[in-house]
Design a protein around this ligand. Structure first.
Ligand SMILES: N[C@@H](CCC[C@H](N)C(=O)O)C(=O)O
Length: 282
């Protein structure tokens, strides 16, 4: 249809993204337009936008944007969604391939014929303050005292390509993370802002998390958030190396290898092909 932009909507455990393919559309992406696209009232409604396939470091890659238009180096659900998009569109025929992101190359493996299950090597985590980043002297930020919105918490911070703060609680809920999330996301200690997961240990093989995403707010699932929660619980000796991370949108399975690689296994669902009026981008 003349004068329209095509986008494809997918979800990973209810964490929904719009895929905008520059090979099929001539558009200039700007933060405020991404934010408008993601709005659930005046826009198409999504937790973020995946812009690709594009060339990153000479390889096939994707740019990942949050609902406020900010760019994230990595998204776990986003990478699984983009892997499905590449297969659905015929860009990729193999079952194992790599997707380049601003956090580096991510190895993905399609686990079924419908391309709805993927296993992803998300790389290694770092708890080092200067890599996350967290202000203050260089140290590992493990079970450290923080004060958010006038209340004291023990928190662990790490990067899995993007920054995460993990706070263990006896009870987690949507209300709790929505109350605390904005204060953690924008705390002075976090120069690049922060993703928050509040986390409850169910047993040595299961965690329960609620998520407040940097740049997107409350979401039903987070792949990198699942990795961050599992690796933190493992580092603190709370769980085994295989952890089911339960969250409102479903369960993501995390495997931590002896050399510290984090494997994430989870589902992806196609939602719709969308035609968007070009005026929407003007
Ligand atoms: N939901 C995503 C995380 C997206 C990026 C995050 N909001 C950030 O800004 O780092 C996931 O599945 O990892």
């Amino acid at each position: 249809m003349a004068g329209c932009i095509t986008m494809v909507k997918y979800q990973g455990l209810g964490n929904d993204y719009l895929v905008l393919d520059p090979n099929k559309n001539r558009v200039q992406l700007q933060g405020k337009k991404i934010a408008l696209m993601c709005q659930r009232g005046f826009g198409l409604g999504a937790d973020g936008v995946l812009y690709g396939p594009v060339e990153i470091n000479g390889k096939t890659g994707v740019h990942i944007f949050n609902a406020d238009g900010s760019e994230a180096a990595i998204s776990g659900n986003g990478v699984r969604i983009f892997a499905k998009y590449l297969m659905d569109q015929g860009y990729v025929k193999e079952k194992k391939f790599s997707i380049e992101t601003l956090a580096g190359p991510i190895e993905v493996e399609c686990l079924n014929s419908r391309a709805t299950e993927f296993r992803v090597n998300m790389g290694k985590a770092s708890f080092l303050s200067k890599e996350i980043p967290v202000t203050g002297e260089v140290r590992e930020v493990i079970n450290e005292d923080f004060s958010f919105h006038g209340k004291d918490y023990k928190a662990t911070c790490l990067t899995v390509g993007n920054p995460h703060c993990i706070i263990f609680m006896d009870k987690v809920s949507k209300d709790l993370v929505k109350d605390l999330g904005p204060y953690v996301e924008n705390a002075d200690e976090f120069p690049e802002r922060m993703n928050l997961q509040i986390c409850r240990k169910i047993d040595t093989g299961n965690l329960d998390i609620e998520i407040w995403e940097r740049g997107s707010g409350y979401t039903k699932a987070s792949g990198t958030g699942s990795c961050a929660a599992a690796v933190t619980a493992y580092r603190l000796g709370m769980v085994e190396s295989r952890v089911n991370v339960n969250q409102p949108g479903g369960m993501i399975q995390i495997d931590i290898t002896d050399n510290g690689d984090i494997y994430m296994t989870g589902s992806v669902g196609y939602i719709a092909d969308m035609r968007v009026a070009e005026s929407f981008f003007s």
